[in-house]
Design a protein around this ligand. Sequence first.
Ligand code: NAP
Length: 694
Amino acid sequence: MLDSSLTTFAVFGNPIDHSLSPLMHQAAIKRMHLKAQYVPFCVTDLKNAVEGIRRLDIRGVSVTLPFKTEVMDYLDEVEESALRIGAVNTIWNHEGKLKGYNTDWLGFVLSLKDRMEIKDKRFIVLGAGGAARGIIYGLVKEGGHPIILNRTLSKAEALGKEFGCLFVPESERDKIAAEGLINTTSLGMSPDKGISPFPKELLNRFQWVVDIIYNPFKTKLMREAEEAGCQTISGLGMFVHQGAEQIKIWTGLEPPRGYMMEVVGARLKENDRDVIEIRSLSQLTAQVTIPGSKSYTQRAMIMAALAEGESHLQGPLLSEDTKYLADALRLLGADIEVHGGDMSVQGTSGRIQNPQKEIYLGNNGTAMRLLTTVVCLGKGEYHLTGAPRLLERPVQPLLAALNNLGVKALSRDKQGFPPVMIQAEGLQGGKVTFSNIDSSQYISSLLISAPFARGDFTLELQGSIPSLPYVAMTTALMKRFGAEVIQESPSRFLIKNMQKYKGISCRIEGDVSSASYFFLAAALARSRVRVQPILPDTIQGDIRFLNVLEELGCHVLRGDHWVEVLGGKLIPGETIFDFKDMPDMVPTLAVLAACRPGKTIIKNIAHLRIKESNRLEALVRELTKTGIQAVETEDGLIIEGGLPHRAEIETYNDHRIAMSFAILGLIVPGMTIKDPDCVQKSFPGFWRELKKLY
Ligand code: NAP
C-alpha cells in the first residue's frame, strides 16, 4: 500500500523479488530522515506503469531488467549519456515531466575511482551486453582503453566500432596485454554461479580484476583473482554508487554511500552462505528438463575439433567441464563459438597446434584422458594438467599404451597420474591390449584419435573392463563423424588409418545420468515426474537405471522424447546389483537404497574410488551421518535401508553426491547440502530444475 503522506520512489522490473534496491534505498531514506517510501513494482505493462508515475505522483523510479531500453520510448526527455548508452535506469518526475538518466556507467566509474586511476589504463571488458555498453562509455569518457572480448564476436565488433575501441576474438584472449580485466557477463551469477568467465591460470597477468556482479558477493572470478594476487573490485560499489546517484537526482541531496554499502554488503554476505537447505515436499507431479549429455557433448566437441570443416552442436552441455574442454580445444587450434545454447566448432582437420604452454583442464577427467591421445597427433611437447583432484585420478594404462606405440608419454610428478607430458610426432598405428583397467576412457581416448594414425590400429580388451556402454557411445559418434570402427568381436576393435572426421550438424541428446536424480525424486516421493529430452533408444548406459527402478517397484513410461517415472511402494528385501557399467548411477542408487527396507549390495564398483571424489568413502560417510548403516567393501557398498534423518551433507566437490543427497532432502526435512555450486560440473541448472518439483 502506498502511503499518500510520503514522497514515493519506486523500482520497476520483472522479476523484482530478488532486487536489493528496496533494501538499499529504504536504508538510505531512513538514514537521511526523508519523509519518503521506496516501493517495488513487478511490471508487466511498461507503458501503463510509466503512465502511473504521473498519476500516482511517484517522484523517482529505478528501472531494472528487462526494461532499461524499452522505457526510453515512454519518457518526455532522455539525458545525453543515457541516449548514447541506449539505456535508462533512472526516471525523475520533475513536475509531471519524466526525464530518463543512466547512472550505471557513473556508478561503475565511481567504484573504480574509489580504488584506482582509469586514465591511460587498458582494460579487457568481457561481454558485450547492456551493462558493457555503459561501462565502455564510462571507461572511454574517463580516458581508459577498453578492449572488448565476447563469446559472440559480431556483438563485440559492433560495440567496438560504435565506441571507437578495440575488440578481439576469444582465440586471441591469451595474447592481449592489459592492466585490468572487467567482467560484464552474467557468468558468476545464479544460475551460472560457480562459473568464472576467465581461466584462472591467466589471471596473474592483471593488476586489477573487476566483476560487476555483486550477488554473490564473492564470485568465483573474484576468489580466483585474489588467489592469483590481483587487486579486486566487486560489483557492490557500482550497485551502491548507481543507486546513490539516483537519490541525488531525485532529491538533490548527498546520500550516505558508506552506510548503503554496509547494509547491502551485510545482506550479500548472509546470502553467500555456502550451503543450501532443501525444502521437503509430500506429493509432486512435475516435468523437468535435463541438459545435453556430458559424455556425448565432450566426445562430439573433440571429434568436431579434429574434423574437416565446421560442426554445429545443438543443445550441448554448457557447464564447467565443457568450458575447460572448449578452452583446451581452442588452444589446440579449433575455433569454438557458443551462440545461445548451441555450439559451432571449426575443426583442424587433425592438424592440431602446439600452444607452447600448459593446457589446464580443471577437474575434467574425461578431457584429461581423451586429450592425452589427441595431443599425440601434434608436434612437440604438450603438457596437460588440472585441479588437485584431477592430479589424483590415474592415467597409467593410457600412458603405458602410448609408450608401447612409440610416443614419449610421461607423468610429470607422480608416476601414473597427471600432469602429463607428451612428446608428440603424430601417432603410429599398431596394437594395444588393455586388461583389467579402471576406466573405459582409455579405450575411447585411443579410438577417437586412431583414424589419424599413420597405420591401422587394433585394440584388444581383456579381463574386467568397466563402463563399456561409454565405448559404444564413442564408436557410434565416430561413425557419425565419418570414421568407421570395425568391431571384430566384443573385445577387439580395428580402425583403419587414413580416415577423416567430417564436420556435421548434430543434436546432443539429453543426459540420462542427470535425469536419474529426478527419477529418484519420483521413486522417493512416490510421485510422478516426467523428464525430457530423453531418446527412447539411447545407448547411454545409465538408461538401465530405469530397469532397476522397475525391479524395485516403480512404474516407468517411455515416450518419444521423455521418460516418466511413477514411484510406488519400494519392494523390500536383500538385493544385489552389479553397477560396473553404471558407475555414475551409484550415488543415485545409494540414496534409494537408504530409503528402501532391506539390504542393498552394490558390487563391481571399485573404480568409483577414482571419480570426482572417492565416491565409495564419500557415500558411506554421508549416509552414516543420516543414520543409515553403510559399509564399504573391496569392490562396492552394502547399505541397510531405514529412515534417514536430517544432516548437513559434505559434497567433496562432487556434483553427483550433491545432486543425489539433494533429492533425499525432498523427503527428509531439514537436509542441507554444502557447496551446492559443485553441480556446475555437469548440470548448472540443477537447482533451478529442482524448484520445478514444488
Ligand atoms: P546482457 O545484456 O544479457 O548481456 C550479457 C553478456 O554476457 C552478453 O555479452 C553475453 O554474451 C554474455 N554471456 C552470457 N552468458 C554467457 C556465457 N555462458 N558465456 C560467455 N558469455 C556469456 O546482461 P547485462 O544487462 O549486460 O548484465 C550482465 C551482468 O551485469 C548481470 O549479471 C548483471 O547482474 C550485472 N550488472 C551489475 C550491475 C551493478 O550495479 N553492479 C549493473 C548492471 C548489470 P553474448 O553477447 O554472446 O550473448
